[in-house]
Write a protein that binds this ligand. Structure first.
Ligand code: SF4
Length: 99
């Protein structure tokens, strides 16, 4: 079954490749609801109850009102390590691996 957002758009999720994160914090400035720096100085995505998801490749849903902020984060990320993909087929739509 295809997951959709309330307005009929496709559901998206985001993850960070911490191996490439420079720790500059741009993402946490753009979208603090989604990204946060941990004490290790690297950025992580947050779960729906605000906890940092530290498992490698952990994803969190992109709330539609924050899509622009999340996409801007992916575009500006100096480490090129923010990946936004479709939930339905895991195809990257914004980020270094997007077509
Ligand atoms: S913008 Fe990219 S490199 Fe900078 S802290 Fe966020 S994930 Fe890391």
């Amino acid at each position: 079954m295809q997951q959709q957002t309330a307005d009929g758009g496709e559901a998206l999720e985001v993850w960070i490749d911490q191996d490439l994160c420079t720790g500059d914090g741009i993402c946490a400035q753009y979208a603090p609801e989604v990204f946060e720096l941990d004490i290790d100085g690297l950025a992580y995505v947050k779960g729906t109850d605000d906890e940092l998801l530290q498992a490698k490749g952990a994803t969190t849903p992109v709330p539609l009102p924050l899509l622009t902020d999340v996409v801007d984060s992916a575009r500006e990320c100096p480490g090129e390590c923010i990946h936004v993909r479709r939930v339905s087929d895991s195809v990257e739509v914004y980020g270094p691996d997007a077509e």
